[in-house]
Design a binder for this molecule. Structure first.
Ligand code: ADP
Length: 605
């Protein structure tokens, strides 16, 4: 979880806003208060100087009136006395209206008896009115209050003026002290507010940071905790709504998860392959079966266009896929193995969205296709096998009808041929019936316990009696009895087919060897001839239905091409195997194994 630094936190920001607001408020109060205080102090000061000057003017008027009555020397004395009472002021001058002569001063005594140079006084004397102004004394860096007051007789005649220069530094000193106190107060209250702000803002920010932490946990999929609700204010209600939302989200998540698991389990246990694509046809999902069927790793094909994955780019275009479900066969066969898949395409569509992707369901139809192909081949083979004897018979019967019947020579020969062909057809139909029974599992195997050595001898004996004299039989059979359970009829047919083939394809003077061996719980039967043999490439096919290496020769020898196919079915029904070994022009060995069943250990050796 990313940690928010204190100075970037909402906590700090709220406290800062508090402090700044307070600072602004105090500044405003300060400006107003100091301004007002300054005005008030100045007014008080000027009023007090005014009233003192008034008093001095009154006393100066008295002195001047007496001087006018002829007591000139007393004037100077009286003025000096008057000025002595005002020596706390920076300077006080008494100026006579007569020629603006300075009668007395608390400042520089040299100006006494001279005309005043002060413009303020000149103005007072001119207008007989009080004048004042505040100036800055740049020498001593202080503010001075200058006041000029007319000295009038009780009759109202202008006698002179009084000039007062008073320092205002005491006011500004006082102001400075108050401002300093005020500033200290501001700093202390700001510090207290900041501390309080930090603590108070925590009451707001704590639930918010709780919710933040909780939201981050939810983002990581942890729905286990609830936010603490501190009250019923807006934040409290927000916390309650947040908890409700968490519960709903948890339920929704659980449902989605359950659905996802279900879907995953369905997809992974499906016997069909499933592939999903996005709207551009690129693979986004694939189940195990699809991987298996296409022989790919899903990591390698994610994002790949589906049509190139299915090797269908040439036969189908992405734009050709429409809403109707489309089905196609995909042939992935190679030289060694057949592999055919059926792919069903269905569109994924949502409301207001024309096309969202495709789901492809893959089904392995190799076996079906193979069965279908075999069926087609079988029907064509049967038709072909029946057509040949039927055509032969038809032509012979036509010839007989055309008069050959009356011919002593041709008549019996043609009839014999027709009979031969009929017998061949009967043999063929019988073989087909046997195969059909084996296929439909209707052929119940009727097991009985026999001594296989004895049983094999009897069959060979039967062939020994009818065989061509120039063919030699060699028996390499054990002397001891081998008891096992077999279906005697079916095993007779198996051995008949193998031995009759060996005789059919053996040359004059050839030898046919019969071997029987026991290995563990199996018997190994081999019939070897010195006949034409079978080309290597065709050995595996001779057990297929209707397969004949040399079709014309086999037909001539009365074969149907079904003998070994029946043999294989019957051996399989006994739980055994059959195969051939052969060298072209040197001979053939047909091997078959049979399990030894229902016999006690040791009885076979
Ligand atoms: P058929 O009725 O033609 O003999 P089979 O199913 O018995 O039919 O045999 C299939 C083919 O296998 C024969 O056509 C023949 O070409 C070949 N074949 C079977 N056994 C032998 C053998 N012992 N020697 C040579 N070819 C054989």
């Amino acid at each position: 979880m990313q940690k928010v630094g204190f100075f970037r936190s909402i906590h700090f920001k709220i406290a800062l806003v508090y402090v700044l607001l307070l600072l602004v408020a105090m500044q405003l109060i300060g400006v107003y208060f100091i301004g007002r205080l300054e005005r008030e102090l100045i007014t008080n000061f000027t009023e007090s100087i005014d009233s003192r000057a008034q008093g001095l003017a009154y006393r100066a008027a008295e002195q001047m009136r007496e001087a006018a009555l002829g007591n000139e020397t007393e004037l100077k004395k009286g003025i000096d006395q008057l000025l002595e009472d005002a020596d706390d002021l920076v300077e006080v001058e008494v100026i006579s209206a007569n020629n603006s002569i300075v009668l007395g001063t608390t400042g520089n005594p040299r100006i006494e008896g001279k005309r005043t140079t002060e413009t303020l006084i000149k103005n007072v004397l001119l207008k007989a009115q009080t004048r004042n102004k505040i100036v800055r004394d740049s020498n001593e860096n202080r503010r001075l209050y200058l006041l000029g007051k007319p000295i009038k007789s009780p009759e109202g005649d202008l006698l002179g003026a009084i000039y007062v220069k008073a320092s205002m530094e005491s006011i500004y000193g006082q102001m400075q002290l108050i401002i300093h106190t005020f500033e200290t107060g501001i700093v202390i209250s700001l510090a207290v507010t900041a501390i309080l702000g930090v603590f108070l803002s925590r009451t707001i920010t704590r639930p918010v940071s709780d919710m933040r932490r909780h939201a981050l946990q939810i983002a990581h999929g942890d729905f286990s905790r609830n936010v603490k609700v501190y009250g019923n204010d807006e934040i409290g209600q927000l916390a309650t709504a947040f908890n409700q939302m968490t519960t709903r989200l948890k339920n929704a998540n659980e449902t989605t998860e359950a659905e996802r698991k279900k879907l995953k389990s369905v997809l992974s246990h499906m016997t069909d392959g499933v592939i999903a694509t996005d709207r551009n046809g690129n693979v986004i999902l694939m189940n195990d079966r699809a991987e298996e069927l296409l022989n790919v790793y899903r990591q390698n094909v994610f994002g790949m266009p589906i049509l190139s994955l299915l090797k269908m780019e040439e036969s189908l275009k992405w734009s050709d896929l429409d809403e109707s479900v489309q089905s196609s066969l995909i042939d992935l066969s190679d030289n060694e193995k057949k592999h055919i898949l059926r792919a069903n395409f269905s569109m994924i569509q949502r409301e207001n969205n024309p096309f969202n992707g495709v789901i492809v369901v893959l089904h392995d139809v190799t076996e079906q296709e193979q069965i279908e192909e075999e069926r087609r081949e079988f029907v064509s083979n049967v038709s072909h096998e029946l057509r040949t004897p039927l055509t032969t018979m038809k032509s012979y019967l036509e010839a007989l009808d055309d008069g050959a019947l009356k011919d002593e020579n041709l008549g019996p020969r043609f009839l014999a041929t027709a009979q031969n062909e009929t017998e061949r057809m009967i043999r063929l139909v019988n073989d087909l019936l046997k195969l059909s029974r084996m296929d439909s599992k209707n052929a119940l195997i009727d097991f009985s316990r026999v001594d296989f050595v004895e049983f094999f001898h009897q069959i060979i004996d039967r062939f020994e009696m009818t065989k061509n004299e120039n063919i030699r039989f060699v028996r390499e059979l054990p002397k001891k009895k081998i008891h096992t359970r077999i279906d005697q009829d079916k095993m007779t047919q198996v051995l008949d087919n193998i031995i009759s083939n060996a005789l059919k394809y053996s040359p004059d003077g050839g030898t046919v060897v019969f071997r029987l061996r026991v290995l563990k719980h199996h018997m190994y039967v081999t019939v070897t001839d010195e006949g034409v043999g079978i080309p290597k490439s065709k050995i595996s096919k001779i057990f297929d239905r209707f397969y004949r290496v040399d079709k014309a020769r086999s037909r001539q020898l009365g074969g149907t091409g079904l003998g070994l196919a029946i043999t294989r079915e019957m051996v399989h029904a006994h739980g055994g195997e059959v195969w051939a070994e052969s060298e072209w022009n040197e001979g053939t060995s047909i091997h078959l194994t049979l399990p030894i069943t229902g016999v006690k250990e040791g009885a076979t050796s």
